[in-house]
Design a protein around this ligand. Structure first.
Ligand SMILES: C[S@@+](CC[C@H](N)C(=O)[O-])C[C@H]1O[C@@H](n2cnc3c(N)ncnc32)[C@H](O)[C@@H]1O
Length: 182
């Protein structure tokens, strides 16, 4: 696996063309998550590995109502585009293994086609869990050519998450929706 600097460089260099090449594919994944996760009754939503911010922008356009939205990405160029598309959302350049965020803040934690970039996905999920509220809902998808759904579920369960639902995207990803075990 490429190291994080190389990964950031790779996404930096594809940031300009990312939406035109991938947005239509990513939208399938967002719809899958929308059908499983209640955003109306949420307060603080974070998208880890948010890319150009499209998913947060979509959630905001459908259900704003005073919610707060935060996007995290390793790539400066992705975040620059996300800022320009959605100036009223907070976007932060950071590594998802070391989030500059206090514990217990977010009640919706999203990670779409992001985990396959991480050397220790269990550590990443545990970091996502650290910043979540006790009743948080997580939606995590990953490229199915890199992982099986069984492996994703196993890592989530080892990180003390309970699986509520799962899916296989016709196009590209497998995914799960889960919550923290008491
Ligand atoms: C395939 S893109 C998906 C972007 C977005 N989730 C979407 O739906 O379009 C993967 C994203 O993960 C980001 N990423 C990779 N490694 C990361 C890390 N360690 N921390 C934060 N973001 C990371 C990349 O910069 C890239 O923007």
């Amino acid at each position: 696996m490429a190291n994080k600097k190389e990964i950031a460089r790779r996404y930096d260099s594809s940031a300009e063309i990312y939406d035109s090449r991938y947005k239509d594919i990513q939208i399938h994944k967002y719809i899958e998550i929308f059908s499983r996760v209640d955003f109306q009754n949420s307060k603080e939503i974070i998208d880890i590995g948010c890319g150009t911010g499209s998913f947060l922008g979509l959630i905001q356009s459908i259900s704003d109502n005073g919610r707060s939205f935060v996007g995290i990405d390793l790539s400066h160029e992705m975040i620059k585009i996300a800022h320009s598309k959605h100036p009223d959302i907070d976007f932060i350049v950071a590594d998802s293994d070391n989030l500059p965020i206090k514990e217990g803040l977010f009640d919706r934690v999203l990670s779409v086609t992001h985990l396959q970039n991480l050397p220790e996905p269990k550590q990443t999920i545990e970091e996502m869990s650290r910043i979540s509220t006790e009743d948080a809902i997580f939606a995590v998808s990953i490229l199915r050519k890199t992982w099986t759904k069984e492996k994703l579920k196993q890592v989530a369960e080892e990180s003390n998450l309970e699986i509520y639902s799962e899916w296989t995207d016709d196009v590209e990803d497998i995914g799960i929706v889960c919550g923290r075990n008491p």
